[in-house]
Design a protein around this ligand. Structure first.
Ligand code: GLN
Ligand code: ZN
Length: 755
């Protein structure tokens, strides 16, 4: 039997973020369309050539995108909302970018919504459908890409997002997106027909929606869709990822497609089940290399699993999902030490692992004995390394007792103690933590990192910035101050760099959205805190003022969710280790005299599992970790938390269980509606519903904010309310922040005066 290899998609940004720079140059008017498209074509060619050289049999085409693959699909279906003024559904480049980013100027138009792609940190552009919308075939980028590859001598398997995933993620304005099912399927048929005519024998059709809980409507739509699409030309490789098919497994295997790809990393248990039920005529693609994480695979262990299957049927070995979610090339890393480096594999290395697996399966393990030995050696080294396993850390997690997760007293008592300690007015005003990261701040950091500015110079610069921020806050009259976070590059990286157990890359960029990339820390070992991380900065800031300055920390769940994490122990174990490190920091801040400490959990909600039945377990340990981090303080110390989103209704009890004294949330855009839920749930603590939307440069007026706080009072007692922006101010300019915060303080005063 024959084994082949496939990639389901390769990182688009390029090994050195070439796409980012090409896009930003174009957007700023410094290059034209020809130059941008030329750069994009160059990246595609390089990516095909690289994967080809590394031995991939099924090369993808159409996985590249100038911004986002969901937006590409919307463009191909002509699903362009009316406000972009393209009546016949063909999006040119400027319409495409307008949908992605909005436009400024006189006839400005807002962008489409953007949200996270399943449980990843990648954001897609949400398709919009409204009543009477005209769908029509747009430019078929996927057909162009297929032909482009072919002209260069690469035979590829085009990739498209499947219709049911696209419809399930679409937002209907006054209609149900599934009303458009037949129309959408008709267009998919045409697209597949064109691909077939161009010569594509197979098409990869991504339906990650199959790993989620499906309702009857989605199931019947899937049945309907694949009955129709199976006869449209090319053979279909129905591709699922980000989890197991679970209760959808036999359903998926029975759809009339020619191949099925499953994620064997997140859900290894589904492999045997599928092999048992799948007819031999169904080509199985097994996602055995982790497309969501950076660890090198244990190839010998994988071969033990795959050999018996490959003896019986043809299989494709592949990454679990598109390699979009990992950095491009480990070989470009200069600063990682050799020990950590040998444990890792980025996209290019993962492709090489697939080739090794394929060769071993087709020709026997001896044919790649050296590669297999290296893989085994790396995995043994990872299991044994002193840098990964710190018995003191493990023991501490083990010994953490229930009372460590419990504040000394309940809300009422704490509220009294804190009121006495802090002596704040009604409707206290504060901000979420960061102040503008200006060009000067970023320049100073870069020059310090390059070694041009010395530590003393950088420290002096940061102190001056912090002092300026404190004076500024006193002047505008805020009640609870922050130090401004000027010393932080990023809310997770800053802590990762100070904790042991984390490694950092120099070029390990992963696309977050459009041209935006992130460089997640790599959590490789047991976590401990060698020394206090924030106390000096807090202490310095508090020394400058009589008003209370909040201590500012990132919470354990957020640090975990925004990092590449260990795959050799459960996530919750890693999280508890981080929680204990943060707990030490919280206690050190309190001991230094800090009266209010904010522990941000910006990423708690997005860590929710895709399957509803896994929510409980996740929420239990996530809340437990927060409490472990936060509960080591006296009643008089006020614990704040911050979450930058507005969907809480389904997790309100858990938000309550976190037992913070004050929670600040994002509400400025949603007219305080979500406070209804907090009220219904009788949320006992204080809430700072954001009254200033920091995501836009728009400066809100005092009246608007008074209005929002009045709306909030419909749901909450006045003593429960804090007044603050939606999120940190780091992306804004001082010129915008000043009038906005002035108005915010004025709004609070107006309401106080009303009594
Ligand atoms: N304290 C952080 C800040 O203000 C919070 C950021 C966030 O929630 N994303 O920047
Ligand atoms: Zn936020």
């Amino acid at each position: 039997m024959t084994v082949t290899t496939a990639t389901l998609g390769f990182p688009r940004i390029g090994p050195r973020r070439e796409l980012k720079f090409a896009l930003e140059k174009f957007w700023s008017g410094k290059s034209d369309e020809t130059e941008l498209l030329g750069a994009a074509a160059g990246l595609r060619t390089a990516s095909w050539a690289r994967q080809n050289a590394l031995g991939v049999d099924w090369l993808p085409s159409g996985d590249f995108s100038l911004y986002d693959h969901m937006l590409d699909m919307s463009a191909m279906l002509g699903a362009i909302p009316d406000r972009y003024g393209v009546p016949h559904g063909t999006a040119d480049l400027s319409t495409y970018f307008a949908m992605a980013r909005g436009t400024g100027g006189a006839d400005s138009v807002t962008a489409c919504e953007m949200t996270k792609w399943f449980d990843t940190n990648y954001h897609y552009i949400v398709p919009e459908l409204h009543a009477g919308q005209h769908l029509a075939l747009g430019r078929l980028g996927v057909v162009d890409a297929y032909r482009e590859a072919k002209a260069q001598g690469f035979e590829t398997r085009p990739v498209i997002v499947g219709p049911i995933t696209w419809l399930s993620l679409a937002k209907g304005h006054g209609i149900d997106p599934f009303d458009y099912l037949e129309e959408v399927l008709g267009l998919y048929r045409v697209i597949l027909g064109h691909l077939g005519q161009a010569g594509a024998e197979w098409v990869q059709i991504d339906e990650p929606i199959l790993v989620t809980d499906l309702d009857d409507r989605q199931r019947s739509a899937l049945t309907r869709a694949y009955a129709k699409l199976a006869r449209s030309g090319p053979k279909l490789m129905l591709t699922t990822y980000f989890g197991g098919l679970g209760d959808n497994l036999s359903f998926a295997a029975s759809l009339p497609v020619s191949g099925l790809h499953i994620d064997c990393v997140r859900a290894p248990e589904q492999l045997d089940r599928l092999v048992r039920i799948a007819p031999k005529s169904l080509l199985l693609s097994l996602g055995v290399i982790d497309g969501r994480n950076v660890w090198r695979a244990d190839l010998a262990a994988l071969l033990d699993r795959l050999e018996p299957i490959a003896a019986l049927r043809d299989i494709v070995v592949a990454p679990s999902c598109s390699l979009l979610h990992v950095p491009v090339d480990l070989d470009l890393e200069q600063k990682l030490d050799d020990e950590v480096k040998q444990w890792l594999a980025f996209a290019a290395q993962k492709v090489a692992e697939l080739t090794t697996l394929k060769t071993a399966l087709n020709e026997g393990r001896d044919a790649v004995a050296k590669d297999l030995a290296a893989s085994t050696e790396a995995s043994v080294s990872r299991k044994r390394s002193q840098r990964i396993h710190d018995s003191a850390v493990a023991a501490r997690v083990h010994q953490a007792t229930p009372d460590m997760r419990q504040r000394k007293s309940g809300h009422d008592e704490r509220t009294r103690a804190q009121a006495e300690a802090l002596n704040l007015p009604l409707f206290p005003t504060t901000t979420i933590g960061s102040f503008p990261q200006t060009r000067e701040v970023r320049k100073a950091r870069a020059s310090y990192n390059r070694g041009e500015m010395d530590a003393a110079g950088y420290d002096a610069f940061l102190r001056a910035e912090t002092e300026r921020a404190i004076r500024w806050q006193e002047e505008v009259g805020l009640d609870m101050l922050v130090h401004g976070e000027f010393e932080r590059n990023d809310m997770v990286q800053y802590f990762g760099e100070k904790l042991s157990g984390f490694a950092f890359t120099t070029g390990g960029w992963v696309q977050s959205y459009g041209s935006r990339c992130v460089r997640p820390p790599i959590l490789f070992g047991d976590v401990s805190r060698p020394e206090p991380m924030t106390v000096d900065w807090w202490h310095y800031a508090q020394g400058l003022t009589d008003r209370p300055v909040k201590g500012m920390l990132t919470g354990p769940v957020t640090i975990l969710n925004w990092s590449f994490v260990r795959d050799d122990q459960p996530r919750e174990d890693s999280c508890r280790q981080i929680a204990l490190a943060i707990r030490d920091e919280v206690r050190d801040l309190e001991a230094a005299g800090c009266k209010a400490i904010q522990i941000d959990e910006a990423a708690l909600r997005e860590g929710l599992p895709l399957r509803r039945d896994a929510w409980r377990h996740y929420l239990d340990w996530a809340v437990d970790c927060f409490r472990l981090a936060a509960s080591g303080v006296e009643d008089r110390t006020q614990i704040h938390t911050h979450m930058c989103y507005s969907e809480f209704n389904d997790i309100l009890a858990d938000i309550g269980a976190m037992d913070a004294d004050v929670i600040s949330i994002e509400t400025a855009r949603s007219q305080m509606e979500l406070l209804e839920g907090f009220a219904r749930y009788e949320y006992p603590a204080a809430i700072g519903p954001g009254v200033y939307d920091i995501h836009t440069p728009r400066v809100p007026g005092e009246d608007e904010m008074v209005h929002l706080i009045r709306l909030a009072q419909r749901h909450l007692r006045p003593e429960q309310l804090w007044v603050n922006p939606d999120c940190g101010l780091k992306t804004r300019r001082w010129e915008e922040v000043r009038p906005s915060i002035d108005a915010m303080v004025a709004a609070a005063r107006t309401l106080r005066a009303e009594g």
